[in-house]
Design a protein around this ligand. Structure first.
Ligand code: 5GP
Ligand code: MN
Length: 338
């Protein structure tokens, strides 16, 4: 990170800090934000986290959620907090459009320092201090790196560690993707700081509702289509599915990954009909980049093997658009993995 000493100087006196993270926040968005919040509070700063939309229920146990403001629910408090902040941290997103209106509100203050910590490809150039590492498993892993870069690891404790571990665990699919020797060393340091990995795995993964587990069954049994000629699997959920299963935010978390359990499948697509948009969630194995598909065709982005985007032309036309893309990527799909 360039200008680390300047940033360290800023953090040496107490400030009002707002931490911003992306719409539909996941375990890494909330985990990294709360880890940073607890760390900055130990340094004497006053912190709030703001995200555009609500976080999933499986994170309900996390310490510090009382300091998370949801812009959609509480726009006035969010705006007042952004106005009052003296500096901003932007976590787990690479483009301002990922934080909706909160991005505009922050950018209305060009002279207030902004820090970006993120692991997505192609970060936009809007921050004064940037820790962008696309090889990192998660932004939470980078929060640990940030604390170490500052030389303030004496503050690392179980409270911060639990949040960092949550982000790492969820963004790696429980250590299945984006791991490295460095990541495991980081996790070892978290356990030494008191993190109970078994307890956290249980809190995070074994908290599903009966409804969402049955929804998974419905998706796999009735809604999954396999196209072996393109090594692609697709699950589609319609508006009717949403009302029939009373699907809430978080209920569909992780379903897309099941498609990749099939031998030989290289790309998985989870396509959902939302009230105003169609949301596309993509996963891949090997060299095949779903980030390219999300960016080029669905106004989105993400990582090589996990990306997402949206479509505004309705479900049927979106499905057709997706099917029509497959021949173009056929060679890459066939050659990307064993
Ligand atoms: P998910 O499929 O779990 O929603 O997202 C997978 C990855 O793609 C995440 O890293 C997320 O940040 C990224 N992503 C998902 N939706 C969008 C989107 O609409 N725009 C962009 N730029 N990235 C997205
Ligand atoms: Mn992340």
């Amino acid at each position: 990170m360039e200008n680390l000493q300047v940033l360290k100087g800023l953090l040496e006196s107490p400030k009002k800090v707002v931490i911003l993270t992306h719409r539909n926040p996941d375990g890494d968005a909330i985990g990294s934000s709360l880890a940073l919040l607890h760390f900055l509070e130990k340094l004497g700063h006053q912190c709030l986290v703001i995200c555009p939309s609500e976080y999933p229920n499986f994170l309900d146990w996390m310490a510090g959620l009382d300091k998370v403001i949801i812009y959609d629910v509480d726009p006035d408090t969010s705006e007042a907090a952004i106005d009052a902040a003296e500096m901003y941290f932007c976590l787990d997103f690479n483009a301002l459009e990922r934080i909706d209106k909160t991005g505009e509100l922050m950018m209305a203050y060009p002279s207030k320092p902004k820090v970006l910590i993120d692991h997505h490809l192609d970060p936009e150039d809007f921050a004064d201090f940037v820790l962008s590492e696309t090889s990192a498993s998660s932004t939470s892993e980078l929060i640990y790196d940030f604390i170490r870069l500052l030389g303030w690891e004496k503050w690392l404790d179980r409270l911060i560690g639990d949040c960092i571990f949550t982000g790492i665990l969820t963004d790696t699919g429980a250590f299945k993707y984006a791991t490295s020797a460095k990541l495991f060393r980081t996790v070892a340091a978290l356990l030494e700081a008191g993190v109970n990995d078994f307890l956290l795995q249980d809190l995070i993964f074994n908290s599903q509702t009966e409804k969402s587990l049955r929804l998974l069954g419905h998706c796999l049994y009735n809604r999954m289509e396999i196209l072996p000629e393109f090594r692609t699997g697709i699950i589609v959920l319609t508006k009717e599915d949403y009302s029939h299963f009373d699907i809430q935010r978080g209920d569909t978390e992780g379903i897309v990954n099941y498609i990749l359990r099939l031998e030989g499948i290289v790309m998985a697509a989870f396509i959902t009909e939302q009230p105003t948009i169609v949301k596309i969630s993509l996963r891949s194995r090997g060299d095949f980049s779903v980030q390219e598909i999300a960016t080029k065709h669905f106004k989105g982005g993400g990582h090589k093997n996990a990306a997402g985007g949206a479509s505004f032309i309705g479900l049927k036309a979106t499905m057709n658009k997706f099917y029509d893309l497959l021949p173009e990527y056929r060679d890459a799909l066939l050659n990307s993995w064993k």
